[in-house]
Design a protein around this ligand. Structure first.
Ligand code: 13P
Ligand code: SF4
Length: 347
């Protein structure tokens, strides 16, 4: 039998039965996956969708997953905040995180009684790798009394040392919810600088960066506009401030998707990870997507064969020390309780 090189997994055959059983799945992604590629994906889509029912498992798919994962096997899709909320709600016994390690840890923190799996343990994140729990303890000593807002793109250990977490979708709401005039926002320097422009509070930060978003430049956006007249530029707030300044809108991955849904621009460019445009193009085939391609090597470690292997072998289980998990949960729960600014004003 042929083997899948990456993890020495068997390559599943494409049969007429599988072709028939996955016809509806292919229809969802036909706009972005050429027909010739479907026989590679279909046997896995079929096997995963059967096995996840047997295992009472759900697959949480981040917006950066490739379209065959995002549209054909994920039960819930969204940005980091939406996936964290879903992890807290689900009744399933097993959660497969089609995303990166910090997301799986967040799921485990919110659902300690569930089996949380990540299909590839090496799926990390440059932001999460930029700071340790010991670093946060030192920051606390250096800035006594200053609340520490920690981006969810961090390890459980770092969350455990923090007062409250945030995602790119709620970072401003979280900062504004705090009584202090000075706030430490870690570890994403650019997210912190972008939020600093929207608040009166003094924002201190850390020199962590997302290796995908830090590569975009203001000059690149200007040249994209020149080459694609009328294009609407949407940028993720992990981008450098000079990039956000050139954009028409900045927001979390889901906020960018909502922008396309609400405004239906003719031409759009999403200044973020590459796969997201493919996923959104499926939903809005009439919108033209310009695609400068920056891939996240960590997100791209998650593939259909690895998801299947994860469900078959119940690996790789993500565990968090219960004492750390309890403290990290307090920071995540504090975030989940924050109401959006608009709601708070109306209340
Ligand atoms: P959001 O989906 O929360 O916007 O985060 C983007 C990201 O880089 C996650 O790794
Ligand atoms: Fe981390 Fe950036 Fe990859 Fe997201 S896109 S997982 S922030 S490296």
């Amino acid at each position: 039998m042929t083997r899948n090189e990456e993890m020495n997994l068997p390559v599943l055959p494409y049969t007429p039965e599988i072709a028939a059983a996955t016809r509806a799945d292919y229809a969802k992604v036909a706009h972005v996956i050429p027909e010739i590629e479907w026989p590679v994906h279909a046997p896995y889509v079929h096997a995963i969708n059967r096995l996840k029912k047997e295992r009472n498992a759900v697959i949480l798919g981040h917006n950066y997953m490739t379209p065959e994962i995002f549209h054909c096997v994920a039960d819930f899709v969204g940005d980091s905040l939406a996936l964290a909320r879903e992890a807290a709600k689900t009744d399933a016994k097993v959660i497969v995180q089609a995303g990166v390690h910090f997301m799986a840890e967040t799921s485990k923190i919110l659902s300690p009684e569930k089996t949380v799996l990540i299909p590839d343990l090496e799926a990390g994140c440059s932001l999460a790798a930029s700071i340790t729990g010991a670093d946060v303890r030192l920051l606390r000593q250096r800035f006594p009394g200053v609340p520490i807002v920690t981006y969810v793109n961090t390890s459980a250990e770092v969350k455990a040392e923090s007062d409250i977490c945030c995602t790119s979708a709620n970072a401003l709401d979280v900062v504004e919810s705090l009584a202090s005039d000075t706030v430490l926002m870690i570890p994403d320097e650019y997210l912190a600088q972008n939020i600093a422009k929207k608040t009166r509070k003094k924002i201190l930060t850390w020199a962590g960066h997302c290796e995908v978003h830090e590569r975009f430049t203001g000059a690149q956006i200007r040249s994209l506009r020149q080459d694609n007249p009328g294009v609407i530029v949407l940028a993720h707030p992990e981008c450098p401030p000079e990039v956000v300044a050139e954009a028409d809108f900045a927001g979390s991955t889901s906020a960018m998707i909502s922008y396309v849904g609400a405004k239906h621009p003719k031409r759009v460019v999403m200044i973020t990870e590459c796969s997201m445009s493919d996923n959104v193009a499926v939903q809005y085939p009439d919108v033209e997507f310009i695609r400068p391609c920056n891939l996240c090597p960590h997100m791209k470690r998650i593939t259909l064969p690895k998801i299947l292997h994860s469900l078959q072998s119940l690996t790789f289980e993500v565990k968090v020390d219960p004492l750390i998990a309890a403290r990290a949960k307090a920071a995540v729960d504090a975030m989940l309780k924050v109401k959006p600014i608009e709601t708070r004003k109306a209340a």
